[in-house]
Design a protein around this ligand. Structure first.
Ligand SMILES: [Zn+2]
Length: 354
């Protein structure tokens, strides 16, 4: 295992939030108290007191026959959550399409114009793994809107989970590795931009691939800390520098993986003191994954997700989760695996009486 931290990371960790209200809030250990009014209003609108799950039927689009991206997984994640009575339909919140203005917080105008109008050069399209289509543009914009909504709901209710998101390989001016818009970066920047006071975001990226696009976007942003645990020999070949990178060797199993996450998350939360955690719960570290090189089991993923969500929620910090990567030709098996994070979040939601 190898650790990398940037000079910037040291600076970011010593920047403490001086918000007095927050200090009182933390000392009294009252969770989400300042936002109680909003909590009530969302409950009434939503009609449910359960874990909010963000989903849109347009998270999917047509792909050429035999395309290797498992596009069909998104509606199946929701299908299994409802079928297995993990959630009810009342808990589902529908996002809007991310506007160009919202996306412009992270992506260059030229890239967005080319992407939306279908003018991405062929070589750039190859790098993304997707041929351009109107459907893919719409899909990515709904997916990004979904992550933005999950953040907004998490800030009011403490926890919210999308059934898509985690497109961490997208850079400001190009897409890469099945990622066209960086939803994590767009959501983080949007919230920081609309907040009246200074806010800090910790991005916990446990997808098996390094969150290179996100690391690049926030390399000089003191209020966002990027933490990536990934397989060192996996894509991308040329890594960027996250604020903290933990590079795993091939074949790592549940116990050592979980111990690694447990060794870092608490001190990061204590030192950086984020106001929000964005959690990319990619399931590609699973032993059966077609692109991963680690050996986690279903239970290992469940313990990982439970640990991350529980640790953050117990500190009174809102968490929004995205599903990240996962690759299998067996769509239902894969969708069930992606639903692990929602099952873990549901358990925390109930245990904490949220
Ligand atoms: Zn991945």
């Amino acid at each position: 295992m190898t650790y990398f931290a940037t000079q910037n990371a040291l600076y970011k960790l010593f920047v403490r939030c001086k918000d007095i209200e927050e200090k009182i809030f933390l000392k009294r250990n009252i969770r989400y108290a300042p936002r109680k009014i909003f909590v009530q209003s969302i409950r009434m609108k939503n009609g449910s007191r359960g874990l909010p799950v963000v989903h849109h039927s347009k998270y999917v689009c047509e792909l050429p026959p035999n395309h290797r991206f498992p596009m069909g997984k998104f509606p199946r994640v929701l299908h299994f959550l409802i079928k297995d009575q993990v959630i009810s339909e009342k808990q589902v919140c529908t996002p809007s399409l991310a506007s160009e203005e919202l996306l412009g917080g992270v992506h260059t105008k030229q890239y967005l114009d080319n992407f939306i109008q279908g003018k991405i050069p062929e070589n750039d399209q190859k790098r993304t793994g997707f041929p351009w289509s109107e459907g893919i543009v719409r899909r990515c914009r709904y997916e990004t809107g979904g992550t933005v909504l999950a953040v907004e709901i998490a800030l009011e209710r403490g926890l919210a989970c999308s059934t898509a998101g985690g497109t961490h390989h997208a850079f400001p001016s190009f897409g890469s590795g099945f990622c066209l818009l960086n939803d994590l970066a767009v959501a983080a920047k949007h919230w920081m931009g609309v907040s009246p006071t200074r806010r800090k975001v910790l991005i916990v990226d446990l997808d098996v691939h390094q969150g290179d696009g996100t690391a690049y976007i926030f390399r000089e942003e003191p209020d966002v800390f990027t933490f990536s645990v990934h397989c060192g020999k996996n894509f991308p070949v040329r890594k960027q520098q996250s604020d903290l990178d933990v590079s795993m060797d091939d074949g790592m199993e549940d116990k050592e993986y979980l111990e690694t996450v447990q060794a870092h998350l608490p001190w990061l939360l204590e030192s950086f003191r984020p106001d929000l955690v964005l959690y990319d719960a990619g399931v590609d570290p699973h032993w059966e994954d077609e692109l991963g090189r680690l050996r986690l089991t279903d239970n290992g993923l469940y313990q990982r997700d439970l640990y991350v969500i529980d640790t953050v929620v117990k500190r009174g910090i809102p968490v929004a989760t995205v599903i990240g990567g996962g690759y299998s030709k067996d769509i239902d098996r894969l969708a069930l695996r992606h639903s692990i994070v929602h099952r873990a979040a549901t358990k925390v939601w109930k245990q904490q009486g949220m």
